[in-house]
Design a binder for this molecule. Structure first.
Ligand code: SAH
Length: 478
């Protein structure tokens, strides 16, 4: 790290800008946004301030003297943009006077460089690459922009306003930090982030005993988080935020290690899923763990594969939390069926071909036996089956009995969106054999004409059996 990020107080004195043209105007825009007073030496004498508002223009001083001899006392920084050789000479002069100087795009002449900036009021994030690549810095900035709540600056401002009051009431630093953590992570912080500042002020003012508020261990909560099908980049922004806030993460087997890696580094990680061949700790035990964690003041994340409410027992978990009086919220995730469809380009509701989708589960042959297949006769319906691998033969039998053609396109999508994803496609007649081809891991079955539009189908050149086609034609003629 050659350049140490620091924040310059622009109220302390003017910034000297030397240069002309669009590059000088770009720097002017940046400096004025930071409320700088700018002494501008436009070498060509063109002070083009069109597009700047009046208050900004009022902060610009047009300097017509020679910048190389001008008085630089109290100047906070010198910025050269589009200044050519004068910029280099100016940089040498600033350096000899110990004034920070930046020459645009010329690190060797600069003693400071401009970072890419995320500006949310009181919260400012600076991203630098040591001048190596502004494009990389901008990409990093975009990611940070996406992660930060829009009103994070308001939150900092809010804390700033109350800081001294709380400091007097809570001189003990560790306790004070705990106090602010509870405020920021709890309902008061949520109010500020939702723009309800007056409400937040009122709630904070009504805390009569800040010390016991800080120590309050009843204020934990549980966030049910959908982890998506496997690719960590398919986490939602909210899911990522919850993971980075968590004290403890209770996760299922289906959650990939890369996703778990996105949790806060010192968060405890507790597996609660079914191990291969073992039953797992059971749903009641999971409920107890979640309730205990919240009641001891922890921010607990219940991390579930795909979406918490799609074959994920999310409903039972929030019911148990409600009964126990534990605060919770739910963050949706991309369910495996949708992840698989997007990855393999199965357009689940292709116009005219598929007007409906059914998500069903057929874990064991027994469950598959309970499915009302007659509800699935509609050929314009795409059927997405979870946990259907071992029951593939029963599913085939059920669908054929319901009148679906043995030639109906089907796909088996295993470990979708993960690095080792595998998909096989074919026709309903061959479903059990196809299911056998995907080896271990979770898999989704998709059944319906739209599978013939998928990428694996285009690549596979699926053979259809003429006998089947004939019998299908005969049936259609009946
Ligand atoms: N709540 C989860 C589903 C849990 S049920 C969701 O919304 O996705 C478990 C079943 O989900 C597995 O048996 C499998 O059918 C499916 N599944 C989960 N992850 C998968 C993946 N990456 N690829 C294919 N199927 C997956």
């Amino acid at each position: 790290m050659r350049f140490l990020p620091v924040f310059l107080d622009l109220q302390a004195g003017p910034v000297v800008l030397v240069g002309q043209g669009e590059s000088a105007r770009a720097k002017l825009r940046l400096l004025l946004a930071a409320e700088a007073r700018v002494r501008w030496f436009a070498i060509d004498g063109q002070y083009d301030v069109s597009g700047f508002d009046d208050t900004s223009v009022a902060r610009i001083e047009h300097a017509t003297s020679d910048p190389l001899t001008a008085d630089l006392s109290h100047v906070v920084a010198v910025v050269c943009a589009g200044a050519g050789d004068t910029g280099h000479a100016m940089a040498a002069r600033a350096r000899s006077l110990g004034i920070p100087v930046n020459v645009m795009d010329e690190v060797s002449h600069s003693t400071f460089i401009f970072p890419a900036i995320v500006d949310r009021g009181d919260v400012v994030v600076a991203v630098g690459t040591g001048g190596a690549s502004p494009v990389v810095a901008r990409r990093v900035r975009e990611r940070i922009e996406a992660m930060l709540p829009a009103r994070i600056g308001d939150l900092a401002g809010f804390v700033g306003r109350w800081r001294d009051t709380i400091k007097t009431k809570l001189p003990d630093m560790p306790l004070r930090r705990l106090f602010w953590e509870r405020v920021i992570d709890g309902p008061i912080g949520a109010d500020v982030l939702a723009g309800r500042i007056a409400q937040a002020d009122q709630a904070l003012a009504s805390i009569s005993n800040p010390a016991s508020f800080a120590r309050n261990i009843g204020s934990g909560f549980v966030t049910l988080v959908g982890a998506g099908p496997g690719d960590p980049d398919l986490l939602t922004v909210k899911a990522l935020r919850a993971l980075q806030d968590a004290d403890v993460v209770f996760y299922d087997d289906l959650v990939s290690p890369e996703i778990l890696d996105r949790a806060r580094r010192d968060a405890a990680r507790v597996p609660v899923g079914r191990r291969v061949g073992k039953p797992g700790i059971g749903q009641d035990a999971i409920h107890r763990l979640l309730i205990d964690a919240a009641q001891s003041g922890k921010r607990a994340v219940r991390l579930k594969g795909g979406d918490p409410f799609i074959f994920g027992r999310g409903g039972e978990e929030i019911a148990a939390l409600r009964v126990a009086g534990v605060a919770y919220s739910v963050i949706p995730g991309i369910t495996a069926g949708l992840g698989a469809a997007a990855e393999s380009e199965v357009p689940l509701t292709y116009r005219q071909e598929a007007l409906r989708i059914t998500f069903l589960t057929a874990h064991k042959a027994k469950d598959a036996g309970n499915v009302d297949w007659s509800a699935l006769t509609d050929t314009k319906m795409t059927v997405v089956v979870y946990m259907g691998i071992t029951a593939a033969a029963t599913i085939r039998a059920g669908l054929l009995k319901a009148g679906r053609s043995p030639q109906t396109p089907v796909g088996v999508f295993a470990r979708a969106t993960r690095r080792d994803a595998k998909s096989v496609v074919g026709v309903l007649r061959d479903l059990p054999a196809l299911a056998e081809q995907v080896e271990s891991g979770p898999a989704i079955l998709i059944i319906g004409d739209v599978v013939a539009r998928s990428a694996p189908w285009r690549n596979a050149n699926v053979q259809t059996d003429p006998d089947d086609l004939i019998s299908e034609l005969l049936r259609a003629a009946e």
